[in-house]
Write a protein that binds this ligand. Sequence first.
Ligand code: BGP
Length: 516
Amino acid sequence: MAKFPKNFLWGGATAANQVEGAALEGGKGLSTADVQTCGGMSRFTVELPGVPPQYAEYFKKMRYVTYRMGEKEGAAIALKSVTYPKDGAVPAQVENEYYPTMKASDFYHHYKEDIALFAEMGFKCYRMSIAWSRIYPTGQEMTPNEEGLTFYDAVFDECRKYGIEPIVTLSHYETPLALATAWNAWADRRTIDCFERYVHTVFERYKDKVKYWLTFNEINAIVHSGFMTAGVFSDDPQLIEQAAYHQMVASARVTAYAHRHYPQFKIGCMISYAPPYPHTCNPEDGLESVRSFDVFTNYYGDVMVRGYLPEYKLRSLERRGIILPVQGDDLKELQQGTVDFVAISYYQTSIAAASTEGLKTTEANLTRQVANPYLKASEWGWQIDPVGLRYGLNLLYDRYHKPIIIVENGLGAKDVLETDETVHDPYRIDYLHQHIAELEKAINIDGVDVFGYTPWGCIDLVSCSTGQMSKRYGFIYVDADDAGNGSYARIRKDSFYWYKQVIANNGLPDDTDSQK
Ligand code: BGP
């Protein structure tokens, strides 16, 4: 089996809110993630109007956002903004609800042990995020929280000790909650200033410890959940579009700033990548495939990589009566703040159909979509498409010709901890094996410039869509259940030893390849 490029960045990925816990320790303020429940465990019931009963069951298992409205308390489905109350509701923690991010995997207290385990696997890099509310608890302070800064100093030092390159997301699905309750966070332009203040602080503080930065995690996911991604507790398309726009202006601004002040930095954007196949060769399906890819995915990359607002988007906004809050030098800033590389999450492809009536659907990352009859699915209904990774990488590289890093990919599954403290996860090894094999072809056969691969949730953590611990992705098992019970001990799964071999071999080892 051909090898990967020399210095290829093998590693793993996590996000602060899903792994750290200690949500109110060390001076941290609550974030938007900390008012989200664990799927299926809430005392509230949220109806999703117009959804057939077989799917309604699925949505009930998703995470809720709890809120207060005067004397009343309630909940909405985090990933379904149509369930958000119309007016006057304030997202908040309420009595008798369990919020899994408060403890998560307790990385805050275990980081030394966890990074040592990453090093044992041979990680070359670790993709993680900084919790903004650990540095600026409400987002509006003028001076940072020193204890929060010290924590990440310690984390980066620990990584460096083992030669692990940190790849740091500045905003991964968590905005200080106070910004959401004050003015719907990113829907308001003032959040750009707050974000800039935070980013300038961490750039300066960690300039000798961090080289790779990502601005916003899965920035395009905002169409599914304005609250989760941008602190917008509303389904008003005007607010959602302006929040995404503000994030892209902020991304450009901090990217240009980094290029001016820290030329050693490499800044990337991060996009949730689920490239569509046309449902049939009917020209209308083909057209829908181009259209949906542009609207849901390419728009964001086009702005952050190419530096301008594309025509197709401007026309579609115009048709919907939405006005982007373009001000002053924004357009020049977008042009001058283009990124150095493109990061993606890849879990599945999608299907574009001119009409979805009567078509079978399935769950996917953050959404439900038309099912592909050629593919199998995970226990959570996410379809598995390793060839789709090669397909997507080719499309992405053709479009931008920028270096690419895959910062999320992986299989969420229920693992069993055996009495002898082992976890046998051949399904995960198989999934990753197939994706790495296609990635290798994209690099060596197609010439796509991919410089790293960090499978999602390298250590078990809280699921973003469901809030469960039992939806596990890790090479390392964390002994905790959905309600936060357990010893939180770390246990190496079979995939841990397998991935260690992959990294040591800089590619799939011949013996594992011959098993295929
Ligand atoms: C992506 C998010 C991650 C992560 C992953 C897996 O959308 O960027 O934060 O959680 O999906 O999703 P889930 O946890 O819902 O299985």
